[in-house]
Design a protein around this ligand. Structure first.
Ligand code: ADP
Length: 392
C-alpha cells in the first residue's frame, strides 16, 4: 500500500501529515507539528479525528534544524505505521513566481528556479526549500512535489496582477501574486461538490486565520485577491499589518531612521491584531478581553473585511456567495456576525442561530447571497497533487 507524506516547513515549525493513497481521495492517517525548531522543540501528533496521540519534547540533536525535526517526526510516524511505504512527498511552497500555475515535480531544474524566488519571499521560501532538501535526503526514492500558495491566483487579469509602477518592475516580477492559494483551491473544489451552481458564480472566500486574506472567485477561479506582492497586503492579521499607505514606510525610513530589517520586523511581527490591541495576536484572547483596545482591534479587522468584500463584489460584477474559512472564519460567530450585519444592501442576511452553531449555511432565506462556513484542508490539496503527480 503506498503512502504520501505532506510537509509544510515554516521558519521555526514543521507541519506534516501521512496519507494513504487509494482509488479515491487520499485518506489522512496522522498529522503533526514540530514547533520551536532551533530552540526547545516540541512534537505533537494528532489522529484523523483530532485526537492527541503524542506530545514530546525533542532532544537537542533533533531540535536544531528541519532535518532533525523531520527525522523525529518520521520516527513517531514509523512507530505507529511501520508498514507505511512513502512513494511521494508533497511540499507546501509559498512562492511559485509568475510561471508555476500548477503543482510541479521537484526536479533539480525546478528547485533552481524556486531558489531564484527567495528574494520575493525571504522569510518563507528558504524554509520551504530546507524542508524539500530534508525530505530528499530522507526519501531519495520518492517523488517530491511542490504545491504553491501563489498558483491558484495565476488566473488574475492584468489589472489585478500589476501595480501602477513603471513597467520595468512588472517585468522584473513585482506583481500581485496573492497567497493562501491551497486553501482557496480546496474551497473551490468543496463548493463544486456542495453547491455546483454557486461554484459557477461569483464567490468571495474569506480565509481568516493567523494569516488572513480574501479571494474573489469567478466560476471557481481566482479573479482577485487582497494579498499582493507579499503576504503583508490586504487584511490585518495576527501580527501582520495588512494594507498600509506606502508613505508611512517612507516616513519611518526618513524620520525614524528605520532600515529594511526594522520595517520588516514591524510589519510582519508587531502589527495587526497584536499591534493594535497591545494584548495578543490571538482572536480568542481578544474576544475574551474587556480592554477597549482589544475591541478596537476586532473592529478594525471586521471593518477591513467589509471594505474588501464590497471591493471584491465590484470586481466580480456582483455576489452570489460568501464563504468563511480558517481558524477565525470557521469558529468565530462573533466575527462573522460583525462582518455580515448591515449587509442587506448587497443581499447578505444571516441566520443568527445557524451562525452561532457554525453551520455550513449561515444565511437566511431573506437574503439573495448564500453565506457558508467551510473548514479548509490545505494538506488534502497537497496530498491530492502528490498522488496525481506520483501516479503519473
Ligand atoms: P494559521 O493561519 O496559523 O493556520 P488558524 O487558521 O489556525 O491559523 O487560525 C488561528 C486563529 O483562529 C487564532 O487567532 C485563533 O484565536 C482563532 N480561533 C480559533 N478558534 C476560535 C474560536 N472558537 N473563536 C475565535 N477565534 C478562534
Amino acid at each position: 500500500m503506498s503512502h504520501l507524506l505532506v510537509l509544510n516547513a515554516g521558519s521555526s515549525s514543521l507541519k506534516f501529515g501521512l496519507f494513504q493513497s487509494g482509488p479515491g481521495d487520499p485518506q489522512a492517517l496522522v498529522t503533526g507539528l514540530v514547533e520551536r525548531i532551533g530552540g526547545a522543540a516540541r512534537l505533537v501528533l494528532t489522529g484523523p479525528d483530532g485526537d492527541r496521540l503524542a506530545q514530546t519534547d525533542l532532544p537537542a540533536r533533533h531540535a536544531q534544524d528541519h532535518h532533525g525535526a523531520l527525522h523525529a517526526a518520521l520516527a513517531e510516524v514509523e512507530t505507529r505505521f511501520p508498514e507505511a511505504e512513502i512513494t511521494a512527498v508533497g511540499h507546501r511552497v509559498v512562492h511559485g513566481g509568475r510561471d508555476f500555475a500548477d503543482p510541479m515535480e521537484l526536479t533539480p531544474d525546478v528547485i533552481a528556479r524556486l531558489e531564484t524566488l527567495v528574494p520575493f519571499a525571504p522569510l518563507h521560501q528558504p524554509h520551504n526549500l530546507a524542508g524539500v532538501q530534508a525530505a530528499m535526503a530522507e526519501f531519495p526514492q520518492a517523488r517530491q512535489v511542490a504545491c504553491f500558495d501563489t498558483a491558484f491566483h495565476r488566473s488574475h487579469p492584468f489589472v489585478n496582477d500589476t501595480f501602477a509602477l513603471p513597467r520595468a518592475y512588472y517585468d522584473k516580477g513585482v506583481r500581485r501574486y496573492g497567497f493562501h492559494g491551497l486553501s482557496y483551491d480546496y474551497i473551490s473544489g468543496a463548493l463544486a461538490e456542495m453547491a455546483p451552481t454557486l461554484h459557477k458564480g461569483r464567490v468571495v472566500v474569506a480565509h481568516l486565520g493567523n494569516g488572513a486574506s480574501m479571494c474573489g472567485m469567478l466560476a471557481g477561479r481566482s479573479l482577485a485577491s487582497t494579498m499582493g506582492f507579499s503576504a503583508l497586503d490586504g487584511l490585518p492579521m495576527g501580527t501582520r499589518s495588512g494594507q498600509v499607505d506606502p508613505g508611512v514606510l517612507l516616513y519611518l525610513m526618513e524620520q525614524e531612521g528605520m532600515d529594511a530589517a526594522a520595517i520588516s520586523d514591524l510589519l510582519y511581527k508587531k502589527s495587526g491584531l497584536l499591534g493594535l490591541s497591545g494584548i495578543s495576536h490571538d482572536m480568542r484572547t481578544l474576544e475574551e478581553s474587556d480592554d477597549p483596545h482589544a475591541r478596537q482591534a476586532i473592529d478594525y479587522f471586521t471593518f477591513r473585511i467589509r471594505r474588501e468584500l464590497g471591493g471584491l463584489a465590484a470586481a466580480l460584477d456582483g455576489l452570489d456567495a460568501v464563504v468563511f474559512t480558517g481558524g477565525i472564519g470557521e469558529n468565530s460567530a462573533r466575527i462573522r456576525h460583525q462582518v455580515c450585519s448591515g449587509m442587506g444592501w448587497i443581499g447578505i442576511e444571516l441566520d443568527e442561530d445557524a451562525n452561532a452553531q457554525n453551520a455550513s449555511v449561515i444565511s437566511s432565506d431573506l437574503g439573495r447571497v448564500r453565506v457558508m462556513v467551510i473548514p479548509t484542508n490545505e494538506e488534502l490539496v497537497i496530498a491530492r497533487a502528490a498522488a496525481r503527480l506520483a501516479g503519473g
